[in-house]
Design a protein around this ligand. Structure first.
Ligand code: TRP
Length: 454
């Protein structure tokens, strides 16, 4: 293994994987899902999902990537060969790349909204507006394909620019800048919420009081889906990053740090957002509009300080999204580079162009195709792509990965890679991969496909 292919710093894998994990899922989706799914009830189920399934699965992805030190498809191929298992397992990584393509196509459009808001706050366009006016602003943004395309293009270009520079100069260096910034800005926001709004106590009660009656099957489905999405597992992104990992780093410890950081950021996002929402008498359960309408109204109402906080907050969203989007591009680019010797810059821009073009389906789903019904599914293109990626392909990828790690992969490989775990913990990990994860994911997956639970 040549040094050029391994990250220079020991901590980079943790930062890169945490950067991948921490994104719109934490800052945008988690808080509104808490609001929609009954506060503390959702939080506790979410934490259990992370601990019981997310963390062990993240270890599995890491084992394969670190063992093979190559792109995800060949990493699975190589470990399968050594395990005497079928080469068909490589399909998991191929599936992951399809999922990544679909996911990034809409992820980029939503990240584009954050660009628009950062700009709007910085210019003072939103200052003083009430909920109705901010809602109008948000609606006008969605109704304007040109603006959406502009920001979607900026975001995809930024992603491509980082990836084109390579794992060390692009990913490692940019993360060294982005990750500290991410934490600093979020801490400033939480500090403001804790000391200025006077609603911190109320938020703590809201997020951490568990009302068991509110734990419905739907809450469990949503929490597991969110855990997968937020931890970036199920599509071989973490596996791809693990290929750049130094051999002397502990997989289990890294996975604990990564899922810990990701969970911490989701909780902090809640602690930063809800006090501001409550202090302005707004509704925490307002769904996907929580950031772009509710929280933004709150910022708009607090004068000059709101302008600064608003611009800062949406800038934070951009950085978090960017450190995630790069990990959605890297798997395919690495494969094209290693397998077919394709030039990295060419592969990156070519692929990002395809993602960009696919993203137009999402762009138009907010305006001219909002009422479109694709193939009689009752969904417009964005709803369909997002459903296919997050609710079907992601859990499916996770399920197959668990089965591969538990049953396909030779135990010698996993034991060797998890050498820092003691015997009992290793058995627990194996038991989860073999039985717990497949069964739980299958139940949740089938239930959500049937859409019957409520
Ligand atoms: N984890 C990211 C977020 O929370 C989104 C995401 C899901 C992702 N799967 C991924 C990012 C795979 C990178 C790779 O926003």
């Amino acid at each position: 293994m040549s040094d050029a292919k391994i990250w220079a710093k020991k901590s980079t894998f943790i930062f890169a994987a945490a950067g991948s994990a921490i994104g719109l899922g934490n800052l945008w989706k988690f808080p509104y899902m808490v609001g929609e799914n009954g506060g503390g009830a959702f939080v506790i189920v979410y934490l259990l999902c992370v601990l019981l399934i997310g963390l062990p699965l993240m270890m599995s992805e890491t084992i394969v990537g670190k063992h093979a030190h190559g792109n995800a498809i060949d990493a699975i191929g190589e470990t399968a060969e050594r395990s005497g298992a079928s080469q068909n397992w490589k399909g998991i990584a191929a599936l992951g790349m399809v999922t990544a393509l679909l996911l990034l196509s809409f992820y980029s459009v939503i990240a584009g909204w954050a660009f628009d808001y950062t700009w709007a706050f910085a210019k003072g366009d939103l200052a003083g507006k009430d909920t109705a006016a901010v809602k109008l602003y948000f609606d006008a943004l969605q109704a304007d394909p040109q603006r959406l395309i502009l920001w979607h293009s900026v975001f995809m270009f930024a992603t491509a620019a980082i990836i084109a520079r390579g794992a060390k100069d692009g990913i490692e260096k940019s993360l060294g800048l982005m990750m500290p910034l991410l934490f600093i800005i979020l801490f400033v926001m939480v500090g403001y919420s804790a000391f200025v709004t006077g609603k911190f106590g109320e938020t703590l009660t809201y997020m951490f009081t568990i009302d068991f009656a509110k734990i419905t099957p739907m809450v469990v489905i949503n929490a597991l889906g969110q855990a997968f999405f937020s931890l970036s597992i199920g599509m071989c992104a973490i596996m791809t990053y693990a290929a750049y990992m130094r051999d002397d780093i502990s997989i289990s410890r890294s996975a604990v740090y990564i899922s810990g950081l990701d969970t911490l950021m989701a909780l902090l996002a809640g602690l930063a957002i809800f006090p501001i929402v409550f202090a302005n008498g707004l509704n925490a359960g307002s769904g996907p509009g929580l950031l772009f309408v509710t929280l933004s109204t709150a910022f708009a109402q607090i004068g000059m300080l709101g302008t600064i906080l608003g611009a800062l907050f949406f800038f934070l969203v951009i950085i978090a999204a960017l450190s995630s989007s790069i990990s959605l591009v890297e798997p395919l680019v690495k494969w094209l580079e290693e397998r077919f010797g394709v030039n990295r810059v060419f592969a990156t821009f070519g692929y990002c162009f395809i993602v960009w073009a696919l993203g137009l389906l999402t762009v138009f789903s907010f305006n001219i195709w909002a009422k479109a019904d694709v193939l009689g599914t009752g969904k417009n293109p964005f709803d369909l792509i997002s459903f296919a990626a997050s609710s079907v392909l992601l859990p499916l990828g996770g399920l197959l990965l668990a089965i591969y790690a538990g049953w396909g992969l030779d135990k010698k490989i996993s034991r060797e890679q998890l050498s820092t775990l003691n015997g009992t913990l290793f058995s627990v990990w194996l038991f989860i991969m073999r039985f717990v994860a497949p069964v739980l994911i299958s139940i949740v997956f089938i239930a959500s496909l049937l859409g019957k639970v409520s």
